[in-house]
Design a protein around this ligand. Structure first.
Ligand SMILES: [Zn+2]
Length: 424
């Protein structure tokens, strides 16, 4: 009887990075362990990793000969990137903000000129659903072309019931048209929308009493996130919103200590959040709190780069202090318009003194933890999902070293080719 199973063999990799190891988030020296196999191969059956090892050994396994063959000679094969923090659904770029900032304008000046987050909110509220859907699919395909197979995607540019739900439905609907996998996050607490400026309490109540219950009931998001900072939500408001989300079964994320230190990292650790993101101004107490928790510190150097900042998150202190660090793009039109995780690795290495190996662990295995998916993705081990990036370099250190380039040659999602350079 003909088999209906689909099997794919990726063989001859100069370096196969398995990231195999303990299931817990990687900390300290464990971040440097990539589980490297020279002349490596991986066999994926029905979307699941069946075997990983030396090419000569894997080739001998049942099904390997008849499998679809992918020749990775001279290349690096690794788990596909997991981009655990994006604001991928938006209606327009913010080119005027960009030029104003280059010319020296600050956040307040840009907002006064009609730019900033509020301009993205205006654009999303007006945008037809189909247009948002098409853009979301386009960007998901872009992410695949850079070796990213799973992305967290936040709402947060709607900021009213109808528009926030529209964004979450677009995320849900877009996943039908792309092999990229989405984890949806409700970020109704991005900023207080202009119409609620003088009644913040009413907006927090709208979130906690109406929108969070609705999002949870309709299963539109897995996570709830709050931007806790100057100009956004206070620590107290953040706690109120996150507790409501937790009661409704949503997992938690926080934009923490980006512009100022607010204490949101400690709150995230206390509430058992999946991640505290940014952490630019995290202090020693925040770091030791993270070290004792399962909360991942997701660092977003793309935002620092695009904003032209001199100071980056202190990855060394975080890693040496025992925090489990992840890396993500923070893809958004205001502060980090990139989907290139390889560029994020470059920034992590040169601006944050992470080693290439640490950066790769942070962008795959720990990022999977930040999305509650480490049991399924983030490493290449038997039984895990066949999500693979194949990069056209001989050594993994070339990925950050040749910065700003796209080394990705093929992206495989659940054992299926999701993007291939030679097919473009
Ligand atoms: Zn963000």
């Amino acid at each position: 009887m003909p088999s209906l199973s689909s099997t794919i063999l990726v063989a001859g990799a100069n370096q196969l990075l398995t990231l195999a190891g303990p299931s817990e988030p990687r900390r300290g020296a464990d971040l440097s362990r990539l589980g490297l196999i020279e002349d490596g191969a991986i066999l994926i059956r029905d979307g699941v990793v069946a075997a990983v090892g030396r090419t000569s050994d894997v080739r001998k396994l049942p099904g390997a000969r008849k499998a679809k063959q992918v020749d990775a000679t001279g290349k690096v094969v690794m788990p596909a990137f997991v981009d655990s923090h994006t604001h991928l659904v938006f209606a327009a770029s913010r080119l005027r903000d960009y030029e104003m900032r280059i010319a020296g304008a600050g956040y307040e000046q840009i907002a006064k000129a009609g730019g900033g987050i509020v301009s993205s909110v205006r654009a999303v509220r007006q945008a037809p659903r189909d247009e948002l859907l098409a853009r979301t699919i386009f960007f998901a395909q872009q992410a695949l072309s850079y070796g990213t197979a799973t992305l967290e995607v936040k709402s947060g540019y709607g900021l009213d019931g109808e528009s926030e739900i529209k964004l979450l439905e677009v995320i849900r609907d877009a996943s039908v048209f792309t092999r990229a996998e989405f984890a949806a996050t409700f970020l109704g607490a991005h900023v207080v929308p202009p119409e609620y400026r003088d009644r913040r309490g009413a907006y927090v109540r709208l979130l906690t009493r109406d929108l969070i219950p609705q999002v949870a009931r309709q299963n539109l998001a897995e996570f709830c996130d709050v931007f806790c900072d100057r100009g956004a939500f206070s620590l107290e408001e953040t706690a109120t919103i996150l507790r409501a989300a937790k009661r409704h079964g949503l997992k938690l994320k926080v934009h923490a200590e980006q512009l100022t230190r607010t204490g949101a990292t400690a709150l995230a650790a206390r509430l058992g959040a999946a991640s505290a993101d940014h952490c630019d101004h995290a202090n020693a107490a925040d770091i030791s709190g993270l070290a004792k928790s399962g909360t991942i510190a997701t660092l977003l150097p793309g935002a620092c780069f695009h904003l032209g900042l001199r100071e980056y998150p202190r990855a060394r202190q975080l890693i040496d202090g025992g925090a489990a660090v992840a890396l993500a793009t923070d893809f958004n039109p205001g502060t980090s318009p990139t989907l290139n995780m390889q560029m994020v690795l470059s920034l992590a290495c040169t601006q944050m003194s992470m080693s290439p190996a640490e950066a790769i662990s942070a962008a795959t295995f720990n990022a999977a933890h930040a999305l509650g998916r480490a049991g399924r993705i983030g490493s290449l081990e038997p039984g895990k999902q066949g999500d693979v990036a194949i990069l056209d370099c001989e050594d993994y250190r070339e990925i950050p070293y040749y910065f700003g380039m796209n080394h990705c040659w093929m992206t495989i999602k659940k054992g299926k080719i999701a993007w291939w350079r030679e097919k473009e």
